[in-house]
Design a protein around this ligand. Structure first.
Ligand SMILES: Cc1ncc(COP(=O)(O)O)c(C=O)c1O
Length: 435
């Protein structure tokens, strides 16, 4: 997603040698606030020796599982996830990351249909402006100009796109978030009807979509999508790779939107990135279909499924999130951040919209607030902002016209003010040069 020439121009790549809390230190001794938690995964913050120790102790004792076997850590993690996730989500297939989790969720949905009279249901509806992974089956889900897929043709047959319920740029030109939510949910129903319900396996989406800076749909959207899925027998898959484990100020995005999916994909925050781990957790009613004789088995595997070191890292990480009340902190700091972003919007004409919730928020920049036109890429607004931020000890590589803000959930009130002030000052500096 990047190239050597560009990295050089930006003074990178950043080579890290130390880290603690929200801070990282590079090989030249420069310190930065990590403004996007590595890549939206470092929920429990940097430098957690407790997690490193848990991984070490696990590896020193049992460092693998045998084929078709498991370990106590993996079993305990599956149990803990069943307790933490809402509704009857209860049975997990573990993976190493988020793409594999979404692959697993899609295969699980299709297998479920195969066993329950729905052979032929294979299509997966996803929303434009999303990202769900880099593997062959996931890369075309969603659609975002920041992640070009043009080289990787053909588009797999399962992929169906519908609009994102982004109230700032509703594809239907809606005047209110509610109207946008209704029209975007209706678009899912229309897609199901157009393709034929007997060909649609699932609707897959992030409860709050990250790539556009944290698109929070109107409250009515997900309950309506749940209803539509139920009406046509399509499964609802939540991609909680980023929204899971506290980032929205709730344990899961499902809690935030008040809707329980049939299957939830998770990764990143489950271990805060201290060990590669992810998975798909299914509602009991879905998982039960895979109980029974050989024909019932879920025919899917990865060599490192449920790696005990990943499980040990996850268990310690979840213990820290709970013990230090990081979910509650994400909510409180999220409100503080939101207030600061609204103040910035008042001051800076190049801010078109501020959006998001908890510790996943973003600023969308525009050349003209009335037309919502973006700056010409030749202006290099993103590179200028990245440089201005790094001068002020904040590491956020601004990808295009959206500045994402997603620090570790351990951020204190003072640190959040420091981060917000650095963003505010950086916009002031850059604004002068582009307007
Ligand atoms: C929402 C979402 N889903 C899936 C993925 C893919 O996860 P991974 O890179 O661990 O395969 C990402 C990665 O950024 C993501 O943001």
């Amino acid at each position: 997603m990047t190239n050597a020439a560009q990295l050089k121009e930006e003074g990178g790549p950043l080579i890290l040698v130390d880290s603690k809390g929200i801070w990282v230190k590079d090989i030249e001794g420069r310190e930065f606030i990590d403004g996007i938690s590595g890549m939206y995964f470092r929920n429990a913050g940097h430098g957690r020796e407790e997690i490193a120790k848990a991984v070490y102790e696990q590896l020193a004792k049992v460092s693998m599982h045998v084929y078709a076997g498991s370990t106590p850590s993996t079993v305990r993690l599956a149990t803990r996830l069943a307790e933490l996730t809402p509704g009857s989500l209860s049975r997990t297939f573990f993976t190493q990351g988020g793409s594999e989790a979404n692959e697993t969720s899609m295969k699980m949905a299709q297998s479920y249909h195969n066993r329950t009279g729905g052979k032929g249901r294979y299509k997966v509806i996803s929303r434009r402006g999303s990202y769900h992974g880099g593997t062959y089956g996931t890369q075309w889900l969603g659609d975002h100009p920041g992640f070009p897929r043009t080289e990787f043709q053909p588009v797999p047959a399962h992929v169906v796109h519908v609009p994102q319920p982004n109230p700032y740029r509703c594809e239907f030109g809606s005047r209110t978030p509610e109207e946008c939510a209704e029209k975007c949910a209706n678009a899912i129903e229309q897609a199901i009807l157009m393709h034929g319900p007997d060909s649609v396996s699932a609707v897959l989406g992030e409860p709050v979509s990250q790539p556009l800076g944290g698109v929070v749909p109107h409250d009515s959207y997900w309950p309506r999508v749940r209803e539509i899925c139920d009406r046509y027998g399509a499964l609802l898959i939540f991609d909680e790779v980023i929204t899971g484990f506290g980032r929205l100020g709730t344990w899961f995005g499902a809690d935030f939107v008040g809707v329980v999916p049939d299957i939830m994909s998770f990764a990143k925050g489950v271990t805060s990135g201290y060990f590669p781990m992810g998975g798909s957790i299914a509602r009991k009613e879905i998982a039960d279909v895979f109980n029974g004789g050989p024909e019932a088995t879920f025919k899917h595997m990865f060599t490192y499924t449920g790696h005990p070191a990943g499980a040990a890292a996850a268990l310690k990480n979840l213990e820290i999130i709970e013990r230090e009340k990081l979910v509650e902190n994400a909510r409180a700091r999220g409100e503080q951040l939101r207030a600061r972003l609204h103040e910035m919007k008042e001051k800076h004409p190049i801010i078109g919209d501020v959006r998001g919730t908890g510790l996943i928020q973003g600023i969308e920049f525009v050349k003209d607030r009335a037309t919502k036109e973006h700056f010409d890429p030749k202006v290099k607004l993103n590179a200028r902002l990245t440089a201005a931020l790094s001068k002020r000890k904040v590491w956020i590589r601004v990808p295009a016209f959206i500045l994402p803000i997603a620090p570790p959930l351990v951020i204190s009130s003072d640190e959040l003010d420091q981060l917000a002030t650095a963003i505010d000052e950086s916009i002031t500096e850059v604004e002068r040069t582009v307007l």
